[in-house]
Design a protein around this ligand. Structure first.
Ligand code: KG4
Ligand code: ZN
Length: 364
């Protein structure tokens, strides 16, 4: 069969009108996440919310390489995705026949890894004759605080802080996003991971650095707070990381070994600097836009120092801050199933169901 023929068949089943159960029935969506180093599957119902989800993290697989190895990531997604699907369906106590819509992460992410989720998702949708939505990974993160709650008050400001992104986004409604600020170099998670590596912590070091920081003095070192005094909502963290690198390199040139206390102090001072910038820019965006609600999404949203500072600022400046549960801060299938439910409910499936977009700006 030629490529064009396959796509045209997918085009037929992708139309929600052909859903044999009709549009009024309870949508139960099976969602697949495979954009990077987590394989996630979620089952989300429009009527009941999240029913189940299963997740496998590849952290141990990539740890020895100090970062994600794309080829290994794809192979591991392939190895896990069917069993994770079976586990999610079994936990939900439903069969594939009761699923009436599919969602998968279309991008951004690693091409080979994305293809695994896209292939499984579209194959199931084709076989069962149900709609299939290829969705945006970052939109999944934006909506992740709503996985376990029906409360959705728009508009709000999202602080999206993950391994690849640091963005401030005004969310007017599902699908209506205005990018207010972005990173000019390293993302917040990337800065955490690179700094953790300098301190000898294994990949991905964000949460390990945060644990180390708990024993340190955050005033021990005066690291820069980049771009705080500039009149925009952008971020830049490479200078902060370089300041830590210079400190660590200087001590090794002087043949001094950093003590456990030194390392904890560096971690605490770094964490204090980066969270100061994230909080300060979020406050500036809230004030500029007159918004009263902040939603924090992405892996760095699990950071306890960041949460503490934002909670304090919420009280002082009278705004509400919402976080996804810690387990949904990092990549997962639940947020993709939730987002898929929104898209399929509204008949928005994207241009071509079997398609991946490794590079895909959120606002496109
Ligand atoms: O959202 P995510 O799972 O993946 C991407 O889409 O990038 O975010 C992963 C990032 C990693 O850089 C990781 O080190 C960071 O989130 N992270 C943390 C914490 N937990 C995860 N950074 C700081 N503190 C944490 N507790
Ligand atoms: Zn992510």
């Amino acid at each position: 069969m030629r490529k064009g023929e396959i796509l045209s068949i997918i085009g037929i089943f992708a139309n929600p009108q052909v859903n044999p159960r009709g549009e009024d029935s309870n949508l139960i969506i099976l969602g697949f996440e495979s954009s990077c180093d987590e394989t996630g599957v979620g089952v989300y119902s429009i009527n009941q919310g999240l029913i189940s989800h299963s997740l496998h993290s590849q952290i141990q697989l990539h740890e020895n390489y100090g970062g994600v190895v794309p080829e290994l990531a794809s192979r591991d997604h392939l190895k896990r995705i069917i069993n994770l699907t079976k586990a999610a369906l079994s936990d939900a106590k439903i069969t594939l026949d009761e699923i009436n819509g599919i969602a998968y992460t279309r991008g951004p992410g690693l091409a080979g890894a994305l293809l695994v989720g896209a292939s499984v998702a579209t194959s199931i949708a084709y076989t069962k004759g149900i709609p299939c939505a290829g969705v945006h990974h970052l939109e999944g993160h934006i909506l992740s605080p709503f996985i376990n709650t029906e409360k959705r008050d728009f508009p709000f400001l999202t602080l999206l802080v993950s391994g690849g992104h640091t963005q401030l986004i005004e969310v007017k409604a599902v699908g209506e996003y205005l990018l207010l600020g972005d990173t000019r170099d390293d993302a917040a998670g990337e800065a955490f991971d690179k700094t953790a590596k300098l301190l000898g912590l294994p990949y991905p070091g964000g949460s390990k650095l945060s644990d180390l920081a708990k024993n340190g003095n955050r005033q021990a070192y005066e690291f820069p707070r980049p771009m705080l005094d500039q009149d925009n909502l952008d971020f830049s963290f490479s200078g902060l990381k370089t300041a830590v690198a210079n400190l660590v390199n200087k001590s090794s040139e002087e043949r001094k070994t950093l003590s456990e206390t030194n390392r904890a102090d560096i971690a605490a001072s770094f964490e204090d600097a980066i969270t100061d910038v994230l909080v300060s820019k979020s406050l500036k965006a809230l004030r500029t836009k007159g918004l009263k609600r902040l939603v924090v999404s992405g892996g760095v949203g699990a950071n306890s120092a960041l949460r503490k500072k934002l909670d304090r600022a919420s009280k002082d400046e009278d705004f509400e801050t919402l976080y996804p549960p810690i387990e949904f801060c990092t990549d997962n299938g639940a947020m993709i199933a939730l987002l898929g439910a929104e898209k399929i409910k509204n008949g928005v499936l994207g241009p071509a169901p079997f398609d991946i977009k490794p590079r895909w700006p959120l606002t496109q």
